[in-house]
Design a binder for this molecule. Structure first.
Ligand SMILES: Cc1cc2nc3c(=O)[nH]c(=O)nc-3n(C[C@H](O)[C@H](O)[C@H](O)COP(=O)(O)OP(=O)(O)OC[C@H]3O[C@@H](n4cnc5c(N)ncnc54)[C@H](O)[C@@H]3O)c2cc1C
Length: 303
């Protein structure tokens, strides 16, 4: 309750103040910050997926600016010989105002990454974007079969059907690569499971379908129960290590992350950076059960 109240107040607080307890979730505001954090993770045998923050853009100049930033990020990452992929949010490239411009812009980014043997994953946004983001994935998959992936959300009732549809589209090539996560947006009950139990049950149903059908699974969760469920399914399906990986967000549950890495499983951390950190951090703060405590501590630390 108090967490909800504080989240509602966040837009009214000075940004410098919100930054104090947000900065644990982002590498920093500049490319060099993302590079430094990724290098540190790589030194701990953890891969990264770098994400430039910003979403729901409507201005062509801004869309071009973000594209150039991604191109620069890819070049910097290659020059620094880092082990990372990239994540993109289609609304950053105008998905909701000009679908063709968005598809063309993301294609340029994927082409640049693929030319260096790098991988780009299309993040999944709210349900007004689901069909368009799946279509975009299918188009790019035909052109860059080994360098593009998608995210699906276990809270959506449609997700198992989407997996079946993608499997049919793949026609036995074994190219489908999905990050499965719970889902972060506030969706209506007709479309989305609402209780933790239902979402977790669906997550494991989706994951088992992926394991059974040779869909590469990026298991994105900090929920211990789901990590244990994934271990169980891996044993049951005798999964090969090169058909799945775990993924976590930067700054969240480092102990659980270490326990997975110590078992020898592949781990990739989502490393967001950029000047547009506010919306992303607000979503993370909402999910943090200790948020109220964090903010109260920040108030006192500030004096
Ligand atoms: C790599 C990655 C990529 C993602 N990409 C997308 C995407 O494209 N689209 C999308 O809709 N969602 C995405 N998400 C977010 C996801 O949908 C969930 O909202 C988020 O991961 C929280 O769900 P959870 O499985 O960790 O379970 P939860 O039940 O939310 O969390 C489990 C436990 O983890 C800890 N925890 C979780 N979040 C925090 C936090 N912020 N601060 C401190 N502790 C925390 C708590 O101990 C909590 O009890 C992504 C998540 C990850 C890990």
């Amino acid at each position: 309750m108090i967490n909800k109240l504080i989240v509602a107040l966040l837009p009214y607080l000075p940004k410098n103040f919100v930054w104090i307890f947000s900065k644990r979730y982002v590498a920093g505001k500049e490319v060099k910050d993302a590079i430094n954090v990724t290098r540190k993770l790589n030194n701990q045998h953890i891969k990264a997926t770098m994400d430039l923050l910003g979403e729901f853009q409507t201005r062509a100049e801004k869309i071009e600016y973000y594209k150039q930033e991604y191109i620069r990020l890819i070049e910097e990452s290659v020059n620094n010989k880092l082990d990372n992929s990239f994540s993109v949010k289609p609304t950053m490239f105008g998905l909701l105002i000009d679908k063709d411009l968005c598809y063309k812009t993301i294609r340029d980014i994927v082409a640049k990454a693929a030319s260096h043997g790098r991988f780009v994953r299309i993040d999944m946004e709210d349900t007004q974007c689901t069909d368009m983001e799946i279509d975009l994935y299918k188009i790019l998959l035909n052109e860059f079969p080994h360098h593009v992936g998608l995210v699906l959300q276990a809270y959506l009732k449609r997700t198992l059907d989407d997996l079946k549809d993608l499997l049919a589209f793949d026609a036995g090539r074994g190219l489908i690569n999905i990050r499965i996560c719970k889902g972060i947006y506030n969706e209506p009950a007709e479309m989305a499971f609402k209780s933790r139990e239902e979402i977790n049950r669906n997550f494991l149903i989706d994951l088992e379908y992926m394991f059974r059908n040779n869909i590469y699974a990026a298991i994105a969760t900090h929920d211990k129960k789901l990590v244990e469920g994934a271990y169980r399914l891996m044993d049951e399906h005798k999964m090969k290590q090169d058909r799945f990986e775990f993924q976590m967000l930067y700054g969240v549950t480092p102990e659980l992350r270490k326990s997975i890495v110590d078992k020898g499983y592949a781990m990739r951390v989502y490393v967001p950076y950029g000047k547009d950190w506010f919306n992303y951090c607000t979503r993370r703060l909402k999910e943090n059960p200790g948020m109220a405590g964090l903010i109260i501590r920040a108030i006192f630390i500030r004096g």
